[in-house]
Design a protein around this ligand. Structure first.
Ligand SMILES: [Zn+2]
Length: 407
């Protein structure tokens, strides 16, 4: 075979592979695009070229992870040599999570009865209100818009150190592809989230998407905030990568507790919150933090503080293996209180009492009393001796008086 013929065959083969979904080849789609108004709508546009008049068109929309596509009617406008296709998706209801990926394709019905399915395209629904810069290192893809390249490198350093710290705490695999979006202000970050009502949160992870979103305002505390928030969110992600959907069976106090243990700079306010709650008898039982944390900021922060302290106590007392065993028990489907009993051999209530005593110096008066007990016994004995003597003398006197009266 002449080389020229071979080239021709390869070219024809490549051309046929490039059009795998175009049934009938009577139509083609060009310039498919998506324009986002973040948090409001997505505009899907394309041009349809066909010799036959168009009867109708639909668009198939399938977010990553969705079992079935959503099918919607498309507006078709005839131009001189092609048709404009337009569909507007309302995303103000937050049903499409920010930073998720969406597959879409058009399907056209022609007046001659033929149908035509266009190629599948993918679109990442990003927060396009900012000019993101991107830096990639290993499994981490960082996007940020405030700060220089040096700053971005320091963020990736914290990510690496966070991963090392997490692997010291738990036997989990290295993190896989993760997108990290760093916002400059908490307000910017919160407005990007699907649940913007939680105004006090400063970081968020969507483990299914492999996306971490956090705020790190410029200033003297920026590095500390990153050392706190980034490893915390990475632990959520790595835990999900380790146990998958079973993560939903882990008590919230444990999920947040291990995430707090991952922080390279632990929150210094937690100890103060715990002390105040203890002295005002306001500590929440750990069993009340199994399913959810309170939605309001003050009790939620106390719930984080308690979870962090309680989980750190578990690491200190039972080691990494103990905590790992506890996570496995929950991942197998154990209930909140039974998981502790089965994995650690103690009831949750008893463990909580011992944590409070150990970490919060609870029963301080009782502990002081226990120390003084031998002295108190001695004191009682010393005081009791003369009392016994006096009593026996009085008894003797009474007896002699009674004797004299009877006699
Ligand atoms: Zn968390």
């Amino acid at each position: 075979m002449k080389p020229r013929n071979l080239v021709l065959i390869v070219f024809l083969l490549a051309a046929s592979l490039a059009l795998p979904l175009q049934a009938g080849a009577q139509a083609r789609i060009e310039d498919a695009s998506v324009e986002a108004v973040f948090g409001e709508q997505l505009l899907f546009r394309a041009r349809l070229f066909t010799d036959s008049p168009v009867e109708s068109a639909v668009i198939h929309l399938q977010p990553a992870g969705a079992a079935q596509p959503q099918v919607e009617a498309v507006t078709v406008n005839a131009q001189e040599t092609y048709y404009n296709l337009l569909y507007i998706l309302d995303i103000s209801n937050h049903e499409l999570p920010p930073f998720s990926t969406l597959s879409y394709w058009y399907e056209v019905r022609l007046e001659n009865g033929e149908t035509f399915t266009g190629p599948v395209s993918t679109y990442r629904y990003e927060d396009n209100r900012f000019s993101w810069r991107e830096l990639e290192r290993g499994p981490f893809k960082l996007r940020w818009y405030a700060g220089d390249l040096e700053y971005a490198r320091s963020v990736l350093d914290i990510a690496r150190r966070g991963e090392e710290h997490i692997q010291e705490l738990l036997q989990v695999n290295p993190v896989q592809n993760v997108m990290i979006y760093v916002y400059d202000t908490a307000a910017d970050m919160q407005s990007s989230l699907a649940r913007p009502e939680e105004e006090w949160i400063a970081a968020h992870t969507d483990p299914g998407l492999g996306v971490i979103v956090l705020a790190a305002p410029a200033g003297p505390e920026q590095t500390l905030r990153l050392e706190q928030r980034l490893p915390h969110e990475m632990m959520h992600l790595m835990l999900f990568q380790a146990v998958g959907q079973a993560i939903t069976n882990l008590p919230i106090w444990l999920q947040e507790g291990v995430a707090s243990a991952a922080e390279l700079y632990p929150n210094p306010d937690y100890q103060i919150l715990l002390e105040n709650a203890r002295s005002s008898d306001g500590l929440m039982p750990i069993a009340s933090l199994c399913q959810a944390f309170p939605p309001e900021s003050a009790p939620a922060l106390l719930a984080y503080a308690e979870s962090a302290s309680f989980t750190r106590y578990l690491f200190d007392r039972f080691g990494s293996q103990g905590v790992q065993g506890l996570i496995s028990a929950y991942a197998r489907g154990e209930e909140c209180e039974q998981g502790v009993q089965k994995a650690l051999g103690i009831s949750l209530a008893q463990l909580e009492r011992e944590w409070r005593k150990d970490q919060l110096n609870e029963n301080l008066a009782l502990a002081a009393l226990e120390k003084l007990l031998p002295w108190l016994v001695l004191l009682a004995a010393v005081l009791a001796a003369p009392a016994v003597l006096i009593a026996s003398r009085l008894r003797g006197r009474r007896r002699s008086l009674a004797g004299s009266a009877n006699s």
